[in-house]
Design a protein around this ligand. Structure first.
Ligand code: ADP
Ligand code: MG
Length: 391
């Protein structure tokens, strides 16, 4: 993977795939985190004296042309405010207007072109579209880690036509996550939760022989508990995956990886704020109740495992943390990570990151991945098309 540090881009037209897929309300960006994350790469190129052309997707437009609701103009305005210099904007992707604007750019200028997904060919990784994008520039940089697991024209196809480089954000994400997988500081503890075993099965399998301990919570613990013969009441379970969980439990034992499951569970009749809650033995949940968080004894066990770790990877909340009654397990895990100052702590996955932010602990973590799907695909051992294209 060649990175932008390998080059000085003075006078070059550089087209950069960024992730400006930001939340918007009434035409205003409501969370500019993703724009901020792209700034180090943009700055380096501007300081080199490149002519920087930024492209991104935003939301889910129909793919039949411009739609005001999904325009990147507001993102261009936001970037201009954040970076403290003018940012040009074109209301089309690679048409005449964009070509004219690029022709008028000076060294160090920045241009944002329109939402790539206004053209249905983007997601199809269409050859002609990729070559149209490439024709706008002399070099290509991918800094959109969040879409690196997709083979689209702007993340994969375009790299066939131009010298291709990784931006700082993408480089940092890939190096941090693969570094953790290839050479973790031991003991390495993986804390895995969230809603579905089926979503995370490859993650668990890939971590099984890399981690010393795997701590399991969230709805997916019930499929594991069921595999051990527990009575799980009306908790969420994926019957089709019970066998696979049995196999993983056996494999863990065989290779001496500790797989920790909850011993107690906070239960209720339904997922709702204000309902009566009861702590049940994880192996004997009342038939009318569902497990919605790990219980106090489990919290103690999990905190102990995390406190002893030298590196921790966390994906997936321990319970329905969005509701206060079921947030204690997730909060305790977040605090345990924050308190282990010696350990390298890496958080991946949309809801886990939201949880860390909700508890105000983000700045206590070593690394918070910006890519939900992309980071999980890396952790499960897949090669990301957007990264492979830079090879
Ligand atoms: P991430 O986005 O971090 O990868 P997931 O999307 O897999 O995490 O799962 C997050 C969701 O799982 C949250 O919305 C949370 O409410 C839900 N969840 C966690 N534990 C339970 C549970 N015991 N029962 C039902 N839903 C749960
Ligand atoms: Mg999620």
């Amino acid at each position: 993977m060649k990175t932008i540090d390998a080059e000085n881009f003075k006078g070059k037209r550089v087209i950069v795939r960024v992730d400006f897929n930001v939340p918007m309300k009434d035409g205003v960006v409501t969370d500019d985190t993703r724009i901020r994350k792209a700034i180090p790469t943009i700055k380096k190129l501007v300081e080199d004296g490149a002519r920087v052309i930024l492209m991104s997707h935003l939301g889910r437009p129909s793919g039949n042309g411009f739609e005001q609701d999904y325009s990147l103009e507001a993102a261009a305005v936001k970037l201009s405010n954040l970076i403290g210099r003018p940012v040009l904007y074109s209301n089309e992707i690679a048409g005449e207007g964009t070509i004219d604007k690029i022709a008028g750019m000076n060294d160090g200028d920045i241009l944002v072109i329109e939402n790539l997904r206004f053209d249905a060919r983007e997601k199809k990784n269409d050859e002609a579209f990729a070559s149209e994008l490439a024709s706008l520039a002399d070099a290509y940089v991918n800094d959109a880690f969040g879409t690196a697991h997709r083979a689209h024209a702007s993340t994969a196809g375009i790299a066939r036509y131009l010298p291709a480089y990784a931006g700082y954000l993408l480089e940092n994400e890939v190096k941090t996550i693969t570094g953790m997988l290839d050479n973790p500081k031991k003991p390495f503890v993986a804390v895995l939760g969230g809603s579905k075993v089926s979503d995370k099965i490859k993650v668990i399998e890939n971590l099984l022989d890399k981690a010393d301990t795997i701590v399991i919570g969230g709805a997916m613990c019930f499929t594991f508990l069921k595999a051990q013969g527990a009575e799980i009441g009306s908790s969420l379970v994926e019957e089709d995956w019970v066998e696979r969980c049995k196999e993983m439990l056996a494999k863990a034992k065989e290779i001496d990886t500790t797989l920790l499951l909850p011993v107690d569970v906070v239960c209720a009749e339904k997922i709702e704020a204000g309902v009566p809650v009861k702590v049940c033995n994880a192996f004997a949940i009342d038939s009318n109740l569902m497990g919605l968080d790990i219980g106090p004894k489990s919290i103690e066990n999990y905190k102990k495992a995390i406190a002893e770790a030298k590196s921790v990877f966390w994906n997936g909340p321990m319970g329905v943390f969005e509701i206060d009654e079921f947030a204690a397990g997730t909060k305790a895990v977040a605090e345990a990570l924050a308190e282990n100052e010696e350990a390298e702590t890496i958080i991946g996955g949309g809801d886990s990151v939201a949880a860390v932010n909700k508890f105000g602990l983000a700045d206590k973590m070593t690394f918070i991945s910006t890519g939900g799907g992309a980071s999980m695909e890396l952790v499960q051992g897949d090669v990301l098309p957007g990264v492979a294209a830079l090879g």
